[in-house]
Design a protein around this ligand. Structure first.
Ligand SMILES: [Zn+2]
Length: 306
């Protein structure tokens, strides 16, 4: 059995920071987001840097991963890692595999559809086998016992829970819906309504995914708590994962890591600081629109009025 920890949550909830922190633990291996290929983020592989500050194709670690995957009969190219659940033929199979977790009925419909769509079901098994090979390869190279996947999407975690050799635990990372909406507006150039809806949809997706995991395999973690009390919060997370507590890994930039993900992977600082600019930056009107959408779920996670 392989112990696998999955970080689930909205894109602007602090998952990169948590990935770096947990990946600095001597028992935890990670490469960041499994589902995200660098292609599409930069035009050429030469311009995409691994978090070790080397162009991705020149990174020693990724070359070892490529060889390890080949030995397992899984040709691998980091530039086009072929780890996404989609069906190249398109059509219904593609829709079934890519549909995101939006309601409790979806997985039931998906299971039924997979039985009548052999191509989709084959594709699902093929990608899961690749993920399994990659996890084994990375654990072998890094010599660690727990694999951390920070892919974030709820439906991916549900798919991966079907791999018999995976013993999965989920960290649902949440952050105040108003803060995340502001980040989305700023980074994606979208309006408050769309930003707030995306936060609600993602967290509802996570809440639906929760039914596929035993309660002791699920941890809801607030990003604000991680920033306010890093040691204490991490001790709780290590306990949940089942690895011994380890202090003083705040200088995570000093540890060797090869992480794929957002731009923060290349930053040089390991300062943990909560960004609260949204409190000043959002206009009254924007705040009103956002709160109309996020308040019920925000309350559930313990976020109150300003
Ligand atoms: Zn690297």
């Amino acid at each position: 059995m392989t112990d696998l920890v999955y970080i689930m949550g909205h894109g602007y909830s602090g998952s990169t920071l948590l990935t770096f922190l947990l990946g600095s633990h001597p028992r935890i291996a990670t490469i960041g987001e499994l589902g995200i290929a660098p292609r599409g983020k930069t035009p050429t592989p030469q311009e995409y840097f691994c978090s070790c500050q080397t162009p991705i194709l020149e990174c020693d670690f990724w070359q070892r991963v490529t060889r390890g995957m080949e030995e397992r009969g899984q040709p691998f190219d980091i530039w086009d890692s072929d780890l996404d659940f989609r069906h190249n033929g398109g059509g219904l199979s593609d829709i079934v595999l890519r549909a995101v977790q939006r309601g409790p009925a979806l997985e039931t419909i998906r299971s039924a559809a997979l039985q009548v769509l052999p191509a989709a079901s084959r594709e699902m098994r093929r990608i899961l086998a690749r993920i399994e090979a990659l996890v084994e390869t990375v654990l072998g190279i890094q010599g660690r016992g727990v694999f951390l996947d920070s892919s974030k999407r709820p439906e991916r975690a549900v798919f991966m829970s079907r791999v018999p050799s995976f013993r999965m635990k989920v960290i649902h990372l949440v952050r105040d819906g108003r803060a995340v909406s502001w980040s989305s507006m700023k980074n994606l150039g979208i309006g408050p309504e769309e930003a707030a809806r995306s936060w609600v949809a993602d967290n509802q997706g996570s809440e639906h995914a929760r039914r596929y995991f035993d309660p002791e395999r699920w941890l809801t973690l607030r990003y604000e708590d991680l920033c306010a009390h890093p040691d204490e919060t991490l001790t709780g997370v290590y306990d949940f994962i089942g690895v011994p507590a380890k202090n003083g890994i705040h200088d995570f930039r000093n540890f060797e890591h090869h992480i794929i993900g957002n731009r923060m992977r290349l930053a040089s600082t390991s300062e943990i600081r909560l960004d609260e600019r949204w409190k000043e930056a959002l206009t009254r009107e924007q705040m009103g629109i956002i709160e109309r959408h996020v308040t019920p779920l925000n309350r559930k996670y313990g976020y109150g009025r300003l």
